[in-house]
Design a protein around this ligand. Sequence first.
Ligand SMILES: [Ca+2]
Ligand SMILES: [Ca+2]
Ligand SMILES: [Ca+2]
Ligand SMILES: [Ca+2]
Length: 351
Amino acid sequence: MVCVMVISVLVLVHAAYAGDGLRIRGVSLTKNSLYNPDRDFTCFDGSKSFQFSLVNDDYCDCTDGSDEPGTSACPNGSFHCPNPGYRPANIPSSRVNDGVCDCCDGSDEWKNTQKCQNTCNELWIAEKQRLAEENEAANIGIKLKEEFSKTGLSKKAERQAKVAELETKLEELSAKEEDLKISKEEIESREATALEEHRRVKEEQRLKEAHEDNLKRGAEAFSEMDSDKDAILVPAELVLHSELDPDTSDSEFTAAEAEVMLQADSVDLNYFLTNVWPMINSTFQTTLAPPVEQQEQENQEVKTEEDLGEDDILRGEVVDEEDYYEDEEETDQEDHQEEEEAEEEGPSSGP
Ligand SMILES: [Ca+2]
Ligand SMILES: [Ca+2]
Ligand SMILES: [Ca+2]
Ligand SMILES: [Ca+2]
């Protein structure tokens, strides 16, 4: 009888304490002080107090399950796996001694210590390996990030330099463009001025030639009308040119009409050219045959017109003004050259 009692006490002690004999089974170190074998145990919710031998006696006394941390007696209890060498864990009390190894140190299956092997060390090694790999991956990531960051900064600086370079080039080109524009305007202005001057000179020359030609024709007319060749023109000489009659109603160019026209009873060449010729130069008709040279020239002009093709006439020979002046200049130069050559050769015919 005494022997049975001793065995029961030993079982209870075995159930109450963990393998190290110091810690209450299923209790973490931080909560171990709440279980004092020298005093009565009070449920954590304060509902009951009783002798300590009822802790972990495989019978649920506290409604919060706090008296059975190391057994599966309380449905709401929690078992603490110390898992030395690895991470401690808390599992539901129902998993204590259920035949499945839940703690890596096998402490939840304490009734059959042969069932579970301690795998905490292996788990820790695997965990360390995993952490090392994660750490390495993180380091690689950090390194890559730094490299990317450096590359990015370098590329950014490169692009900024390129942009600055292009901006400078653009400014230079804009300045050049502006210079060229100004030069072009200056050249165009000079060209316009030169062209205008050229036209003015040409017009002056034309007017001068026309004036000289008019005076020449006037002098010829004077000479023709001065029938007695005394260098004086009188009304009696003028009336011979009936086309000059200012009033044809009387069918006669009278001496009185001629005198009114001459504005004097006799005029010399200078007076005639200044005062009379301008009034009659459009009506005067010569009775003399044109000089042989002039006749030939007129014939030549007619022939040239005849030689022109029908297309040329239809086309109207419209010539640009500048081309016209250029052609004229070329012709002038050619004539001048021909004259010089003729002078060098000497007179073709002489006495
Ligand atoms: Ca109990
Ligand atoms: Ca278990
Ligand atoms: Ca006369
Ligand atoms: Ca008359």
